[in-house]
Design a protein around this ligand. Structure first.
Ligand code: NOJ
Length: 567
């Protein structure tokens, strides 16, 4: 029987979804790699945290050329992570706790070890095997790539097949792009959607949802022109083509053939004006909005991002998605500890109306690029602001995604030695450190040797990415014993949020206040955030929660959020 929480139609509209990066969450097998039984063993933790669903990054068989986003077989579990039976047990345990399961689908590319790609390489040019991917004849009699397009991970987007043809990969060479004009590819992915839906998964996160369908008609625009992105009109040959929606409309028929209907969230890095197409109830249902993750610690930035996100979804019948971090970006606690540049570098979108990238995001990237030598990161301040920011998200209408470890206020591990880096982005240029700093296995215990291992309770062995000594200070057991910890605040906030939204709260409204304060309300539930370094006065009312350990007796503390009940 479906748990009542998940039986609600469109339960995901206002869900809190916890992102699990399976290889770094919990290791039950004791081999240094997180796994499916590890997740099952931590259902109690997820339940106590109060999340509505988990999204699992890929757990499929993979050589890990891109952290599992290079899939060898879409309908199996990597044997190092478990088995299909263990997957079923995990789903049953999560469902029994009222927690939904969202799995990551990677349809833009398979891995080069997928049976189809092996067959394609073994077959000859023009064969049906090659027609599942995007092979083209090389230039100069096959000696050179067909054109100058570059992969998003650096280097040419083409790799030679060895017989004069080259295949397209917008990411790593181990990630050949599939040919979505081929009906066989379309049918196979519908099969995969049914395979996991039949096993009880509640939804899908669609990787690179704006890719898939491409127009490779010649003449090919040069790389320089390809960099004109995002576009408001679907005119790019590789990204956000109008034809994509035919694929998603047909997936919708699959989703709606289940009770309750399955849902999907698009990872679509598109022009804001195009996001609604992915979030429509006729296509995927929801689309990530990354603007909050890119907003700096400034009230105006938050105000703008919130207004834009709420107006974007107003007509779609969807709900917006708030998120501060994921497995692709520097940890929020570190990011908010970076200095703000007085003249923010705002890259406006094409209409020039919406913020696209702000300065601390830009700085954080520089920080990764410069071998982890951070420009003055004030970590206590960053962690304090991260706590304040997540209370803003939890108070807003819509769905919030929380990246594993952010509930602990974990900082970025910025100084991982080069030789341990796993991300394909690392090493493709001389300075790029890549995304491993936010993917280090979680510390569950302050004792490095808990469970007889060397991984702060992650498992009974080591950790596949090395954890620094200071990881123990952030461990779950330390935070469970401290009522002022980040974890304790998350638990309290989610419990309160559940009760405050049990009956729909009033309409979202901005409330005017002193400079430096962001204040909105939903009926009697007020959310006030102080972006300055001094306390600010607050209205009368019952303090429900304060992100700062010192509490809200003296007003809204500096760099903090207060939830207030006031008529
Ligand atoms: C987006 C995923 O979030 C990222 O981790 C991955 O590298 C690319 N898509 C390619 O699959």
């Amino acid at each position: 029987m479906t748990h009542p929480r998940l039986a609600r139609p469109q339960w995901w509209h206002d869900a809190v979804v916890y992102q699990i990066y399976p290889r770094s969450f919990a290791d039950a097998h004791g081999d240094g790699l997180g796994d499916i039984p590890g997740i099952t063993s931590r259902v109690g933790y997820l339940s106590a945290l109060g999340v509505d669903a988990v999204w699992l990054s890929p757990f499929y068989p993979s050589q890990l050329a891109d952290g599992g986003y290079d899939v060898d077989d879409y309908r199996d579990v990597d044997p190092r992570l478990g088995s299909l039976e263990e997957f079923d047990e995990m789903v049953a345990a999560l469902h029994a706790a009222g927690i939904g399961v969202i799995v990551d689908l990677v349809p833009n590319h398979s891995s080069n070890r997928h049976a189809w790609f092996r067959a394609a390489l073994a077959a000859s040019p023009g064969s049906p095997e090659r027609a599942r991917y995007l092979f083209r004849d090389g230039a100069d009699g096959g000696a050179l790539p067909p054109n100058d397009w570059e992969s998003l991970f650096g280097g040419s987007a083409w790799t030679p097949a060895g017989d004069g043809q080259w295949y397209l990969h917008l990411f790593a060479p181990e990630q050949p792009d599939l040919n979505w004009d081929n009906p066989e590819v379309r049918a196979d992915f519908e099969h995969t959607l049914r395979f996991w839906s039949d096993r009880g998964v509640d939804g899908f996160r669609i990787d690179v949802a704006h890719g898939l369908v491409k127009n490779l008609a010649e003449p090919w625009p040069p790389q320089k022109e390809m960099e004109d992105w995002p576009r408001p009109d679907g005119s790019h040959p590789l990204w956000d083509r109008d034809e994509l929606m035919n694929v998603y409309r047909s997936w919708r028929r699959v989703f709606d053939s289940y009770d309750p209907p399955r849902f999907a969230v698009a990872e679509a890095a598109v022009h804001p004006s195009r996001r609604a197409r992915y979030a429509s109830p006729e296509t995927l249902g929801q689309a990530f909005n990354f603007a909050m993750q890119e907003a700096d610690w400034r009230p105006d930035d938050f105000h703008r991002v919130i207004d834009a996100a709420l107006s974007d979804v107003a007509d779609t019948g969807s709900s917006t998605t708030w998120l501060l971090g994921c497995h692709d970006s520097p940890r929020v606690a570190s990011r908010y500890g970076l200095p703000l540049i007085p003249e923010p570098r705002v890259f406006a979108d094409l209409k020039g109306e919406r913020p696209f990238r702000h300065d601390s995001q830009w700085l954080a990237r520089q920080w990764l690029l410069t071998d982890g030598r951070a420009p003055e990161v004030d970590l206590p301040l960053g962690r304090r602001r991260a706590r304040a920011a997540v209370l803003v998200e939890f108070a807003l209408p819509g769905c919030t995604y929380v990246y594993q470890g952010d509930e602990l206020g974990l900082p970025e591990v910025a100084d991982l030695p080069r030789e341990v880096l796993q991300d394909p982005m690392a090493g493709r240029s001389t300075r790029e450190k890549g995304r491993d700093g936010c993917r280090v296995p979680l510390p569950w215990a302050s004792d490095r040797h808990a469970l007889g291992g060397n991984s702060f309770g992650f498992g009974s062995d080591g950790a596949h990415l090395p954890q620094p000594d200071w990881f123990g200070d952030f461990a779950v057991d330390v935070q469970e014993a401290d009522p002022t910890s980040s974890l304790a605040m998350y638990r309290q906030a989610l419990e309160l949020r559940a009760s405050l939204t049990a009956t729909p709260p009033g309409e979202f409204e901005w409330v005017a206040g002193p400079s430096g304060l962001l204040h909105f309300r939903r009926g009697a539930w007020h959310c006030l955030t102080n972006f300055t370094d001094e306390p600010l006065p607050r209205p009368e009312g019952e303090v429900l929660l304060c992100s700062a350990p010192e509490g809200a007796a003296g007003g809204v503390p500096a760099n903090a959020t207060v939830w207030l009940r006031s008529e």
